[in-house]
Design a protein around this ligand. Sequence first.
Ligand code: HEC
Length: 132
Amino acid sequence: MHITPPLLLAGALCALGLGLAAPARAAVAGRADAGSDVYDSECAECHSLHAGKNKKGPSLAAVTGRTAGTVPGYKYSDALAHSGIVWTPEKLAAYIAAPKKVVPGGKMKYDDGGDLTAQDIADLLAFLKGAH
Ligand code: HEC
């Protein structure tokens, strides 16, 4: 059988393309211990991880999977209280990166999310998942 060089080249490029695309699609694995440091420097000023302890922001105990605006005793903005958001890891990542975009009219004053790396965010989310 005879394969022409252009076809061979196309096949090689295709294999290369698949090989390169795979790692880019894979999610960054989060490390909860490193996430604890991210939390301490970025979030702890305004958020406690103890259930029932609200600071400038509401407690983030067991935040992963819960409906937004539902911590008892915390006075939320109307925007967040009525957002209907459920805090999946994806929603949390989007909110941390741009709180005012995800909840226009919300009152979380946090603008540093853009400085966090994908690894920082994955670590933070892994840490929050374990925070009950
Ligand atoms: C300067 C204070 C401040 C910082 C820093 C801050 N937050 Fe907040 N956060 C708030 C406030 C205030 C609210 C309430 C927003 C509202 O009612 O609109 C809030 C709300 C939230 C909520 C919604 C909780 C719920 O019960 O629905 C999440 C999730 C959250 N913050 C995560 C984070 C994370 C994670 C970080 C760190 C990366 C962080 N915040 C940093 C002040 C802060």
